[in-house]
Write a protein that binds this ligand. Structure first.
Ligand code: NDP
Length: 252
């Protein structure tokens, strides 16, 4: 039910943070993993780590905001691995400013990286999924898919949009045996949130106080949900938005 042997997965932004945690899970369940990101050194290190765990891993340099780069990513994956079964739309960024201070190009950068990228990658993967007889798309939302934050207008819009994009693609592609789901991580210790901790006063204390589990998540907390949503175990789960948050979203 959770066996991914023979399956091929692309993980965007899989060279660190949540993407790497998910890549570890998928590789551990037997999938071949393609790490798609811009920083070649970080990607090479991630591939080396996955190979050290006995997995087959590849890296393809890709900018998920660029439609041609995304098309090359899928082509290269098919050339190297022969098929595509799983797509994790994880690449993301944030620019923390209230709306009155956010420039239009900053708005576009966040929306392009977090939301348009998921549309582009999913659209590019669709023909390969049809050929394979099905597929699994895992979109990464956020607690800001549910809640707002004064410092995150573009980020919140992008992560709210991810949930609605997930539902539309899930509805459109269910008859193609393609399941599309979103994961909404709570506060996970990564480069992105290390930066946030230094920029948002009181964030660390607020996260610890409000998270029932009483701790930040670690990237390996994201492995299990990735395996579930990539595996036959979730074949009747589609269009869902699943929090993985130590309980953050269940209490005010
Ligand atoms: P990281 O900063 O560690 O990872 C972000 C990843 O995205 C990097 O691997 C980066 O690789 C990649 N990336 C960014 N822009 C592009 C691009 N244009 N093309 C290709 N890859 C790109 O952050 P996290 O692991 O924390 O974040 C991963 C996802 O999880 C994001 O979508 C984020 O919004 C979401 N999330 C994180 C939470 C947390 O608490 N950490 C909570 C909720 C959601 P490179 O720079 O090499 O391109």
């Amino acid at each position: 039910m959770f066996d991914l042997k023979g399956r091929v997965a692309i993980v965007t932004g899989g060279n660190g943070g949540i993407g790497l945690g998910m890549a570890r899970g998928l590789a551990g369940a037997g999938a071949r993993v393609v790490i798609a990101a811009r920083n070649a050194d970080k990607s090479a290190a991630a591939v080396k780590e996955l190979a050290g765990r006995g997995a087959e891993a590849h890296t393809v340099a890709a900018d998920v905001t660029d439609e041609r780069s995304v098309a090359r990513l899928v082509e290269t994956t098919l050339d190297r691995c022969g098929r595509l079964d799983i797509l994790v739309n994880n690449a993301g960024t944030n620019i923390r400013k209230p709306a009155q201070d956010l420039a239009l190009d900053e708005w576009h950068r966040v929306l392009d990286t977090n939301l348009t990228s998921a549309f582009l990658c999913s659209k590019a993967a669709y023909p390969a999924f049809k050929t394979a007889g099905g597929g699994k798309i895992i979109n990464i939302g956020s607690m800001m898919s549910i809640f707002g934050a004064s410092f995150a207008p573009a980020y919140g819009a992008s992560k709210g949009g991810i949930v609605q994009l997930t539902k539309s693609m899930a509805a459109a592609w269910a008859r193609d045996n393609i399941q599309v789901n979103a994961v909404l991580p709570g506060w996970i210790d990564t480069d992105l949130t290390r930066q946030a901790r230094s920029q948002v006063a009181g964030l660390n204390d607020n996260v610890l106080r409000r998270t029932p589990a009483g701790r930040w998540g670690v990237i390996d907390d994201m492995a299990g949900i990735a395996v579930f949503l990539a595996a036959p175990a979730s074949d009747f789960v589609t269009g869902a938005a699943i929090p993985v948050d130590g309980g953050f979203s269940i209490q005010g």
